[in-house]
Design a protein around this ligand. Structure first.
Ligand SMILES: *Cc1c(COP(=O)(O)O)cnc(C)c1O
Length: 385
């Protein structure tokens, strides 16, 4: 008797989505097949399996699952978030094309666009996404793609995708969204008009600070184009990385919900502290994008930024006193982390340049994990003293 196909909820898909029906004798934990190549049928080129072709069992199951979570037709897993961004964009842009990109993007993405793409004949204009009608004003007839990152690193600004997607649909551009900071638990850009979604799976999707990986989601024919880029630019992930990512993904829903709850509590606590001059968190009613965040997001996330009274000097002392929250780059995992963008993602800018985009010296970015919120608060409290 065939079972009726039922649509599952998000948490169930994160665990079972894309898996084959169970048979007696199957392992419950999906096996890691650490083989680069597979035995091929004689007399045909069809069905050639190879790790760099993105068609191994660990890859295919994971790709189906990630597409289901984002609500896209297909997805491709790559070796890093940067590999994902590079191949996703190379599949859309040719020399002579024009790219409109938000100025508020990850440092590596900024370098890829302004140093690498420009050298390959792709024109790039960086746009302040908070300026009214900014996108429309900078359109050219060669414009092919609009690229945004939301929520924005490290200021936690949230962009309204609706006016941008009206524009991209009206004139037939691709809207590409890096939604690493939200994870599909909190934000699914395709529901708001995006065509392509990119993640650094190194962050929330894996969630344990032990895998470097990236994902691109989009239509079936487009993902085929991204695969063509991945194959020749060599951006395929290792099966073990995919196996770990699949394991991490199983707890995505509970992790992110717990991170959301922890961070909301911690943000409200921080607001009350006289040693903290400013708290950046879209879940706070006073955050400039609170209403947009409510419309776009299902949860406000676990990225939080604070500015201490006393600026850069106070920051140094504070960081040295923290015991539980670890001073490290990256984000989105189960361990709470803190970093200073002036020494990490935005180190290439001058102090004045950073201040102009809302990152004064002493600006601290936190990625809240799934520890007990009371313990995280106690750690911040003792370090403020
Ligand atoms: C980390 C990050 C990337 C790059 O991802 P890697 O996995 O480190 O290559 C891209 N975009 C955003 C928003 C990120 O946070």
């Amino acid at each position: 008797m065939s079972k009726k196909k039922v649509a599952h909820g998000f948490a169930t898909i994160a665990i079972h989505g894309g898996a084959d029906p169970h048979q007696p004798g199957d392992p419950v934990a999906p096996p890691l097949i650490q083989s680069v190549n597979y035995i091929q049928e004689i007399g045909t080129a069809a069905g050639l399996k190879y790790s760099r072709y993105g068609n191994t069992p660990n890859a295919e199951r994971l790709q189906k699952r990630l597409a289901m979570l984002e609500g896209s037709e297909a997805s491709l897993v790559l070796s890093s978030g940067m590999g994902a961004t590079a191949c996703a964009m190379l599949a859309l842009l040719r020399p002579g094309d024009h790219l409109l990109a938000s100025a508020y993007i990850y440092g590596g993405t900024h370098r890829l666009f302004t140093e690498e793409f420009v050298r390959h004949g792709i024109d790039v204009t960086l746009v302040d996404p908070l300026e009214p009608r900014a996108w429309r004003k900078r359109l050219r007839k060669e414009t092919r793609v609009i690229f945004v990152e939301s929520p924005v690193n490290p200021t936690c600004r949230v962009l309204d995708l609706r006016p941008i997607s009206y524009l991209t649909k009206e004139i037939g551009l691709a809207l590409v969204v890096d939604s690493t900071f939200a994870s599909p638990v909190n934000f699914r850009p395709i529901e708001h008009g995006a065509d392509v979604v990119i993640h650094s799976a190194t962050k929330f999707l894996n969630g344990h600070h032990d895998v470097l990986s990236g994902v691109v989601c989009g239509t079936e024919p487009y993902i085929q184009e991204v695969l063509n880029k991945m194959m020749v630019w060599g951006q395929a992930p290792d099966p073990f990385a995919m196996w770990l990512l699949e394991r991490g993904l199983k707890t995505l829903d509970v992790r992110v919900r717990r991170q959301n709850d922890n961070t909301t509590r911690i943000a409200h606590w921080c607001v009350e502290r006289k040693e903290i001059r400013k708290v950046h968190f879209p879940g706070l009613p006073e955050h400039p994008d609170h209403e947009i965040a409510r419309a776009m997001l299902d949860g406000f996330g676990s990225m939080l930024a604070i500015e201490l009274v006393g600026g850069g000097k106070a920051t140094d002392k504070f960081l040295r006193k923290l015991k539980l929250i670890q001073h490290a780059a990256s984000l989105g995992g189960v361990d709470s982390l803190i970093c200073e963008p002036r020494y990490t993602s935005h180190a290439a800018m001058s102090s004045d340049e950073r201040a102009r985009i809302g990152i004064p010296d002493g600006f601290l970015r936190l990625s809240i994990g799934i520890e007990d919120a009371d313990d995280i608060i106690a750690d911040i409290e003792q370090a403020l003293k």
